[in-house]
Ligand binder design. Structure first.
Ligand code: SAH
Length: 196
C-alpha cells in the first residue's frame, strides 16, 4: 500500500542530533508557522494563562510568541544544541537543572520562568514529571515520529492533556512512494484511529 513504503522507516536520535550539528534543519521556520497564527483562536479558545506543550520542539519560534502572550510553554527535544540556539536567538537568559526521575535529562528554563524545555526523549516524559496541558502545538512532531512509534506517541500525548485542552496538528500531504520522509505521511484516517 501507499503507506507501506514508510512503515519500516526509522530515524534514530543520533541521526536527529547529527542533523542539528550539520545545520541540516530545513524544517525550522524562522518566521514561525502561518497556521498557528491562523488557528490561534482555536488553540486558546478565549482562555488566558494556559500551559501549552510543544512536543519535539526544535527551536520553534512559536514558543516565544506564546510565552510573550502570557502563556506558560513546555517543550521537549533530544537536541540540546537546538534548545540552546532557541534561548540564544531570542536573547533569553536561562538556567539548567537535572530532571528528577529521568537520568541524563536536563531542564532548561528561562529565567523569567515561563519557558521550560526538557532535553530528553519525549518517551521519557509523563504527566507526573511535566503535568498536563491546556493546549498542544504539534507541528513537525507526529509527522517526525517513526511510524512504528505513532501509537505510543499518541497514547502519551493523550495522558498529557487536560479535559478541555485543544490540540493543533499540522500534517503534510504527499505521495509516500516518492519521498521517504521525515516528515512522514500520516493519512487522516490514521490520525482518527490513533486519537480515537
Ligand atoms: N517542531 C519543531 C521541530 C520539528 S523537527 C519545528 O516545528 O520546527 C523534529 C524534531 O524532533 C527535531 O528537532 C528532533 O531533534 C526532535 N526529536 C526527534 N525525536 C525525538 C524524541 N524522541 N524526543 C524528543 N525530540 C525528538
Amino acid at each position: 500500500s501507499d503507506v507501506g513504503s514508510q512503515k519500516e522507516r526509522v530515524v534514530t536520535e543520533e541521526e536527529w542530533l547529527q542533523k542539528w550539528e550539520m545545520g541540516n534543519i530545513g524544517f525550522h521556520k524562522e518566521q514561525g508557522h502561518p497556521l498557528l497564527q491562523k488557528y490561534l483562536h482555536v488553540l486558546l479558545n478565549g482562555r488566558s494563562g494556559l500551559r501549552i506543550f510543544f512536543p519535539l520542539c526544535g527551536k520553534a519560534v512559536e514558543m516565544k510568541w506564546l510565552a510573550d502572550m502570557g502563556h506558560s510553554v513546555v517543550g521537549v527535544e533530544v537536541s540540546e544544541q537546538a534548545l540552546k540556539e532557541f534561548f540564544a536567538e531570542h536573547s533569553l537568559p536561562y538556567c539548567e537543572e537535572p530532571v528528577p526521575g529521568i537520568s541524563g535529562a536536563k531542564k532548561l528554563q528561562s529565567t523569567s520562568g515561563n519557558i521550560s524545555l526538557y532535553c530528553c526523549s519525549i518517551y521519557d516524559l509523563s504527566s507526573s514529571i511535566v503535568g498536563k496541558f491546556d493546549g498542544v502545538w504539534d507541528r513537525g512532531a507526529l509527522v517526525a515520529v517513526n511510524p512504528c512509534d505513532r501509537q505510543r506517541y499518541v497514547s502519551l500525548m493523550i495522558t498529557l492533556m487536560e479535559k478541555n485542552s485543544s490540540y493543533l496538528l499540522v500534517t503534510v500531504s504527499y505521495d509516500p512512494n516518492k519521498h521517504k520522509g521525515p516528515p512522514f505521511y500520516v493519512p487522516e484516517s490514521e490520525i482518527k484511529s490513533l486519537f480515537g
